[in-house]
Structures are given as structure tokens and as C-alpha cells.
Ligand binder design. Structure first.
Ligand SMILES: [Zn+2]
Ligand SMILES: [Zn+2]
Length: 388
């Protein structure tokens, strides 16, 4: 099915970290548990430290450095760098540059470093175990990171930093909990393995399981259960179409602890310029997909040309025209806005602004109405198809 992968030499450091250490854990932990009980504190340390390392990746490596979805003060950068180092996923520079390549060439078997089209195993972990050309770092896409002092410091001293961060976190926690070995094994070892696979799921399962409400031009999916496991990164379909948004779960009710954390940082003055895609663009993408799905459903149900289905078909076509009209209105408004700005007459801009705001609002409202109507039509259509 998939083309065979190119031959590539084994990366022994990755094999040590991702295969050897988990095997040691599988043997050592049950042996230890036969003679000792893990304290409650050691179990809690595992969950808390899983959060610390995973959020370092999601809020730091991913949304701050790979996507520049917000700006962080230096103290926050240092904090996120320490948290991310604790997750042992290579340096920010390497990770973020590779991730930018993933977005740029998503699903391409030769250029996406963790293309799902090379299979689950490859996208999950296999891509790291050998030195595949696709995963070779190419820092041409990261000139901003090459200038970032925190990023470059971490890249230069990565290995000693990994050791120092582990000692600085695990020893005091073990001491506080009064169960040094328990914390080392659960908060250290098991936590590290869990935190690795949580991130790897984003590259594997988040490109396999779930819905595609915003785009079907790539394999990325939205999946609530994966969002729970991945600190909010499971809304991966949204993320692949609007990668610069600091939110992955864009709806206020969607479970995305990373977006809440970034928002909280901004309230404390540690983060600013949180980037949000305008709601019109989000609705537009969502509605365009709904029409696409409606067309596909029609192709399935449409054989049975009852009167109901014929009517629904006609109504959907009318709705689509209305949708296109709304998009045209929107484009015209945008054009007017640009013209007003060019005219640069303060008074005029002010008048235009309030008038346009009103009209923008009307257009957005119409878009929401189209969505409602379409939902209703699709429900009727499916009901009709079932009863026939
Ligand atoms: Zn992806
Ligand atoms: Zn991303």
C-alpha cells in the first residue's frame, strides 16, 4: 500500500531513549513494586509532572516557538524552556523547525517528517528511530528561532540541561514526598514515557481518528478524546488549517488546557498578542465543509428521488447560492475597508469603521443563519432517506 521507506541508518540515541528506557521501566518497575509500595505522593507526582512536561511542549515548543501564536516575556520563555526540556523531545530549535516542515508538507511521504501516509508506526515513533532524510533538521525555516537567545542557549547545552532539569525537579519532589525511589520511578521514568507517547499521538492518531469540520485537504482530525489525552492538541483539524491561532480547541467549550494556560499567562502580563483567527474565516471554512458533506450525502441518499429529497436538494442549492453571495458581500466590505484606510482621512475612517462594523456583523449573522438552515435541511434529508 505505502511505498517502501528509504533505507536509513539507525539512530542509536533515539533507540536508547525511546525503546531501551521503556524496556528497562517495564522490568524495573514491577520488580520494585513486588517489594515496595508506591506512596500516594509518588503517584500524584507522576500526574503533576506529566502536566509540567507536556504543557512545556504544547504551550512552549508547539504554540509559542513552532507557530508564534503569541509572544512571551523572557521569564515565561525560560519557564517554558525548562518545562519542555523536562519532556526530553530534543531541542526547541530541532523540534519547532521539524514541526514547521510537517505543516508545510503535511501528508507528503517524502517531505513531511512524520507523514501518516507512511503508516501509524512511522508517524508515531518510527520516524525518529532512523535518520530519515525527511526528518533532517533544516533551519532555513526558522530564522526567528536562530535569533532567540533562550532557544539557542537550550540547543547549545541541551544534554547537560536535560540532566540538570531532572535533578532540579525530581530530587526536591522526592524529598518533599518522602519517597525518593517512588518519585524517580513514577514521576521520573513512567511520566517521561507517558509524556513521549502523548506527544506522539498528535502525529499519529490525530491524523487518523476523528472528524474534519474545517478542511479535508489533509489527514488532520478533531477528536475530543485525543484532546483530553494531549492537553488540548486533539483539535488537530482546526490546527492544521489555522495554525497561527493560539487555540486548538477554538470554541470556548472545547477542552484545551493549553489555551487556558496561555490566556492565564496573558492575564499576568507574561504573554501578549495572542493570535485569533477572525470568527468569519472560521465560520466560512466550517460552512464550506458542511456544503461539501451535504453534497456527498446527497450523492448517497439522492438515488431515492422522493419529493422530500428533491426539495431538500433544491433548498441546499439555494442555500449555497446565498452562502456564496454572503462571501461576496464580505469581500466587498473588506475592499471598502482597505480603500477607507488608504484614503487616510481620520474622520472618514472613523465613520466608515462604525458603518463597516455594523455591516460585518450583519454578514456574520447571515452566515450563522445559513449554517442553521443547512443543519435543518440535512436532518430532514437523512430522516427522509431513512423512512424511505
Ligand atoms: Zn499534524
Ligand atoms: Zn502545529
Amino acid at each position: 500500500m505505502n511505498a517502501p521507506l528509504p533505507k536509513a541508518p539507525i539512530n542509536w540515541i533515539a533507540v536508547f531513549a525511546l525503546v531501551f528506557i521503556p524496556i528497562v521501566a517495564l522490568i524495573a518497575i514491577p520488580l520494585y513494586a513486588m517489594n515496595h509500595d508506591f506512596s500516594a505522593g509518588a503517584w500524584i507526582s507522576m500526574f503533576v509532572l506529566l502536566g509540567v512536561s507536556s504543557l512545556g511542549i504544547t504551550a512552549g515548543y508547539h504554540r509559542l516557538w513552532a507557530h508564534r501564536a503569541y509572544e512571551a516575556t523572557t521569564p515565561l520563555k525560560i519557564l517554558l524552556m525548562i518545562m519542555g526540556t523536562f519532556a526530553v523531545q530534543n531541542s526547541i530549535l530541532y523540534w519547532a523547525s521539524g514541526h514547521r516542515t510537517h505543516h508545510r508538507h503535511v501528508d507528503d511521504v517524502e517531505q513531511d517528517p512524520y507523514s501518516i501516509n507512511n503508516g501509524f508506526w512511522y508517524a508515531h515513533i518510527g520516524w525518529m528511530l532512523r535518520d530519515y532524510p525527511a526528518a533532517e533538521p533544516n533551519y532555513k525555516n526558522a530564522p526567528d528561532l536562530l535569533k532567540d537567545k533562550v532557544v539557542m542557549f537550550q540547543d547549545k547545552y541541551y544534554i547537560p540541561l536535560v540532566a540538570a532539569v531532572h535533578a532540579a525537579i525530581l530530587i526536591p519532589v522526592g524529598y518533599l514526598v518522602g519517597d525518593m525511589w517512588g518519585v524517580m520511578l513514577l514521576g521520573g521514568l513512567v511520566r517521561l514515557i507517558l509524556s513521549h507517547h502523548v506527544t506522539f499521538f498528535i502525529n499519529s492518531l490525530c491524523h487518523m481518528w476523528g472528524k474534519r469540520p474545517y478542511t479535508d485537504e489533509n489527514t488532520a482530525r478533531d477528536n475530543f478524546w485525543l484532546a483530553i489525552a494531549t492537553w488540548g492538541e486533539g483539535y488537530h483539524n482546526y490546527h492544521h488549517i489555522f495554525q497561527y491561532d493560539y487555540r486548538n480547541g477554538v470554541k470556548w467549550w472545547q477542552y484545551d488546557p493549553t489555551k487556558w494556560l496561555i490566556w492565564t499567562f496573558s492575564k499576568f502580563g507574561l504573554a501578549k498578542n495572542l493570535r485569533r483567527i477572525p470568527s468569519f474565516n472560521i465560520k466560512k471554512a466550517e460552512l464550506a465543509m458542511k456544503f461539501k458533506y451535504a453534497q456527498q450525502d446527497l450523492a448517497v441518499y439522492g438515488h431515492n428521488m422522493t419529493e422530500d429529497i428533491a426539495t431538500a436538494k433544491l433548498r441546499i442549492a439555494q442555500e449555497y447560492d446565498a452562502f456564496s453571495q454572503t462571501l461576496n458581500d464580505w469581500a466587498k466590505l473588506k475592499e471598502q475597508e482597505i480603500q477607507a484606510k488608504k484614503a487616510s482621512v481620520a474622520e472618514k475612517i472613523h465613520q466608515m469603521d462604525s458603518k463597516l462594523k455594523d455591516e460585518f456583523h450583519q454578514v456574520e449573522l447571515r452566515l450563522s443563519q445559513h449554517r442553521e438552515t443547512l443543519n435543518q435541511l440535512m436532518r430532514n434529508l437523512k430522516k427522509g432517506a431513512v423512512s424511505n
